[in-house]
Ligand binder design. Structure first.
Ligand SMILES: [Zn+2]
Ligand SMILES: [Zn+2]
Length: 258
């Protein structure tokens, strides 16, 4: 299995996942042009992407798909709510959606994909578990709350891309309007660094070896704060062996093979 976070944050999300002979993108929130640039930078031919699977219908997760899917014949996977939301906004011409049910698993080539529900203010937001028969990867960003279901899914995986959105003090001291602050910090918003750390502490399994922190707020977080909060939690749990990497909005991440 391979994972490479091409971009993560409120300006655009796109993650390359490959396993079992199948390569796909989780979300297409960069412009098509930028997606191609970053795939090339990662050493991945855009033509090799078989599918795009969508987590939810927020623009930072689907912005580029109209143009990208016209240029490259990818299969498009989403649940009904997400597909409807994206289509309504982008007016895509005959998008051949392959609709999955939330809380179900399906195959895309040699990859098994499981979609599980998360709490977030979108139509029907999900996280994913990818399984190529020997390794499992969990991708879960844009969630307001660490539910028991999310804990179970994280606990099944060897590697995870997990949201660590904001530092609560920085958010509360920011110039943002109060309703926006409460939305971000609320049950349908985004996980804080502390939320992500507490979630990981309670979801740690012996399988987990690598953790990518994702969807960091540019205004209300720093890579060091997110990293140190998670590191501290793992140290307290006696799991300093777990590797922690912070993903970026502007830089292509490492192409990680496990
Ligand atoms: Zn987002
Ligand atoms: Zn979102």
């Amino acid at each position: 299995m391979e994972v490479c976070v091409l971009a993560s944050g409120s300006k655009g999300n796109c993650i390359y996942v490959s396993g079992g002979g199948t390569s796909l993108l989780v979300d297409a929130g960069l412009s098509s042009r930028e997606t191609v640039v970053r795939l090339n930078e990662a050493g991945v031919a855009p033509e090799s992407i078989a599918a795009v699977v969508f987590t939810h219908d927020h623009i930072d997760h689907y912005r580029g798909i109209g143009v990208f899917s016209r240029r490259f014949p990818v299969r498009l996977f989403a649940n009904e709510g997400t597909a409807a939301g994206i289509e309504q906004d982008l007016h895509m011409r005959d998008p051949a959606w392959e609709i999955f049910e939330t809380s179900s698993s399906f195959e895309i080539g040699g990859l098994n994909v499981e979609a599980f529900s998360v709490t977030h203010d979108a139509s029907d937001p999900v996280g994913f578990v990818f399984d190529d028969g020997s390794a499992r990867l969990c991708v879960v960003t844009d969630l307001g709350q660490a539910t028991p279901l999310v804990r179970v899914k994280l606990g099944q995986c060897h590697a995870a891309v997990l949201e660590s959105n904001h530092d609560t003090d920085m958010l509360m001291q920011s110039a943002r309007a109060w309703p926006l602050k409460t939305r971000i910090a609320g049950r349908s918003g985004h996980l804080s660094n502390d939320d992500a750390a507490a979630l990981m502490k309670s979801a740690l399994s012996e399988h987990l070896h690598t953790l990518f922190l994702a969807h960091l707020s540019e205004e209300c977080n720093t890579p060091a704060l997110a990293f140190n909060t998670m590191r501290q939690a793992l140290r307290e749990a006696g799991r300093e062996d777990v590797r922690v990497e912070v993903t970026s909005q502007t830089q292509v991440g490492e192409r990680f093979v496990f």
